[in-house]
Design a protein around this ligand. Structure first.
Ligand SMILES: Nc1ncnc2c1ncn2[C@@H]1O[C@H](COP(=O)(O)OP(=O)(O)OP(=O)(O)O)[C@@H](O)[C@H]1O
Length: 480
C-alpha cells in the first residue's frame, strides 16, 4: 500500500524479489493496545501467554510476576530479548522479540498519554510465509488462549474514579479475586441451591445453544432480599463456581451513557458484571413521574448560590437497558450480569423483566436448612440436642444469615470443640430469643401508633390526655 502504482506491475514484483534476495525476512508486529478505545489486544495477551509457556527456558532477559493464587512466580520474556521457536518438526524457524517504544504524547487525544507502547515482533523467512500465516499463528493463538484460561489469576475489577491512571485497563482497576465463598458454605435451602447450580451449568455449556437460538451468550440474575442475607456472598460463590472474573460496576461513578458503553467494551468474557444496590445507584425506580419531580428538585438545589456543584451521573434507564441487552452487550460473550437490591418493588419493571434479568433469586431470612449449613461449616456438627429449640425459634422470628453467622463464630479457642459448639448454639438461642422479644415490642408499638392515628382521623386529633396516655404506654413498653 506504500507504492503509488499497481501491485501487479512487473517492475514492482521484480523489485520485491530483489529486496527478498538481499533481506529475505518478514516482520509482523503485535501491539499491546489496538482500536479506537485502545483495548488490550487479545492477540498480544495470547502470544504473551504462549511465549511464557514455550520460550522462557530460552530467553535470557526475564520478567517475573506473581502467578495464580499468588503462590508462585511466573516468568515471561523481558524487553529487548529474542527467542526462537521451531514449528512443523523443526522445518520452520521463527524469532520472537519483545520491545517497547517511548511514549508519544498525543496532544489532542481524549485519553491520557500512555507510558509506553509495547509490542511483540515476529520474524520469519519469506519462504515460510504461508505456513506461518495459516498454521503457525493459529497454533500460537490457540495454545496461548488455552494457557491463559488455565493459568489466569481471577480478578476483581472496579471502576474507581479516584484511582491513578492505569493504562493496562482503560477504565477499570483491579485486585486479585480471592474470596473463599462457595455453594457448599452458602446458607440456603438445598433445593434452591441445586436449581441455581443447574442454571449455571446450563449457561456454561450453552455456547452452541445460544448461537442456535440467535441470542447473545449472557444471562441476567437479580438477587434481592434484606441486608445481610448473602447477596454479595452468592456473587462470590457464583464467580468461584464458574471460574469467572468480577466487574463491580459503581454506576454513580459513571459519567454518562457513553462512558457506560466504554466500560462495557473493556470487560472480557467469562466474567460477572455486578451492579450492587441498583435501587440506590440511580433513579431507576418504577415511578418515573416521581423521578422527574425529584430531578426538578435537585436542579433547584444545584442552583442555590454558594452550593458546591457535584458532577452527578447522567446514566439513564435507557442507557442501562442498552448496557444489558443492546448491540454492544453481545461483545465478549459468556457473561453474567447481576443486579442486587434490598427493595425489589422499587425497581422499574422494564429493568428486571424476564429476558433481561432471566432469573430472580430471593435471599431471605435464615431458615433451619440454612442454619444447618452454618452449623456444619462453622462448628463441624450435623446434629445437636439444641437443634430442636433453634428450629422452633427460627420458625418464629426473622433473623438474617449474617446475624446467625455472627453468633456461630467461635469467640475463644481455650475451650474444646464440643464446649465451643455448645457456647455458640446457646449464644444463637439468646440472640433468637432477644429478637423474638424485640419483634413483640415493635408490633405493640406499631399497633398503639396505628390506634392513635386512626382516632386522630376520626376525631380530628388527640387531646392532651390521650397524648399523655400514648406516651406513658410507649414508655411502659420500652421499659418492659
Ligand atoms: N446465605 C448466606 N450464606 C453464608 N453466609 C452468609 C449468608 N448470608 C450472609 N452471610 C454472612 O454474612 C455476611 C454478610 O453477607 P453479605 O454481604 O453477602 O450480605 P448482603 O445480602 O450482600 O448484604 P447487603 O445487602 O448489606 O450488601 C457475609 O460475610 C457472610 O459471612
Amino acid at each position: 500500500k506504500y507504492f503509488p502504482f499497481n501491485p501487479e506491475d512487473l517492475l514492482l514484483r521484480r523489485f520485491v524479489k530483489w529486496i527478498y534476495r538481499i533481506y529475505p525476512y518478514i516482520h509482523v508486529s503485535f501491539p499491546e493496545f489496538t482500536g479506537e478505545h485502545l483495548k488490550r489486544s487479545e492477540a498480544y495477551s495470547a502470544i504473551e501467554s504462549y511465549l511464557m509457556s514455550t520460550s522462557t527456558s530460552k530467553a535470557r532477559n526475564l520478567r517475573a510476576e506473581l502467578g495464580k493464587d499468588s503462590s508462585n512466580l511466573v516468568f515471561s520474556m523481558g524487553y529487548s530479548d529474542e527467542v526462537t521457536d521451531d514449528f512443523d518438526g523443526g522445518k520452520v524457524r521463527v524469532w520472537w522479540s519483545s520491545t517497547k517504544s517511548e511514549p508519544q504524547t498525543l496532544r489532542f487525544s481524549f485519553y491520557p498519554a500512555p507510558h509506553e507502547h509495547r509490542f511483540f515482533k515476529l520474524t520469519f523467512h519469506h519462504r515460510h510465509r504461508d505456513t506461518v500465516m495459516e498454521r503457525y499463528l493459529k497454533h500460537v493463538l490457540e495454545s496461548g488462549k488455552a494457557a491463559l484460561i488455565k493459568n489466569r489469576q481471577r480478578r476483581l475489577y472496579t471502576n474507581n474514579p479516584n484511582r491513578d491512571y492505569d493504562y493496562t485497563m482503560l477504565n477499570w482497576s483491579h485486585v486479585m479475586f480471592e474470596h473463599p465463598a462457595s455453594f457448599d458454605t452458602l446458607a440456603m435451602h438445598p433445593e434452591k441451591k441445586r436449581e441455581i447450580i443447574e442454571d449455571l451449568n446450563a449457561f456454561k455449556a450453552g455456547k452452541e445453544y445460544y448461537t442456535r437460538i440467535g441470542k447473545a451468550w449472557k444471562r441476567g440474575y437479580l438477587l434481592y432480599g434484606p441486608p445481610g442475607t448473602g447477596k454479595s456472598t452468592m456473587i462470590a460463590a457464583i464467580a468461584n463456581y464458574m471460574d469467572y472474573d468480577i466487574y463491580d460496576l459503581e454506576l454513580t461513578a459513571v459519567k454518562d451513557n457513553s462512558a457506560l458503553r466504554k466500560l462495557l467494551i473493556e470487560t472480557t468474557g467469562k466474567s460477572i458484571i455486578v451492579i450492587e444496590d441498583i435501587d440506590c445507584s440511580l433513579d431507576l425506580s418504577g415511578n418515573r413521574k416521581k423521578n422527574e419531580e425529584k430531578a426538578e428538585e435537585e436542579k433547584k438545589k444545584e442552583s442555590l448560590p454558594g452550593m458546591p456543584k457535584e458532577e452527578a451521573s447522567k446514566v439513564t434507564l435507557s442507557g442501562l437497558l442498552n448496557f444489558i441487552d443492546g448491540l454492544w452487550s453481545a461483545c465478549g460473550g459468556e457473561r453474567i450480569i447481576v443486579f442486587t437490591t434490598n427493595y425489589v418493588e422499587k425497581l422499574d419493571p422494564a429493568l428486571i423483566r424476564r429476558g433481561r434479568m432471566d432469573k430472580h433469586i430471593e435471599l431471605s431470612y435464615c431458615t433451619f436448612e440454612g442454619f444447618k449449613v452454618f452449623a456444619k461449616s462453622y462448628l463441624g456438627i450435623e446434629n445437636h440436642t439444641l437443634f430442636e429449640t433453634i428450629e422452633r425459634l427460627l420458625g418464629e422470628v426473622q433473623i438474617t444469615p449474617a446475624d446467625v453467622a455472627e453468633s456461630l463464630m467461635t469467640k475463644t479457642s481455650t475451650r474444646g470443640v464440643e464446649e465451643d459448639a455448645n457456647a455458640c448454639l446457646e449464644d444463637l438461642i439468646r440472640a433468637l430469643e432477644k429478637e423474638k422479644e424485640d419483634a413483640i415490642i415493635r408490633a405493640l408499638e406499631k399497633a398503639k401508633e396505628d390506634a392513635i392515628a386512626s382516632k386522630e382521623e376520626v376525631e380530628g386529633g388527640p387531646n392532651v390526655e390521650e397524648q399523655q396516655n400514648g406516651q406513658i404506654c410507649k414508655n411502659k413498653i420500652a421499659s418492659n
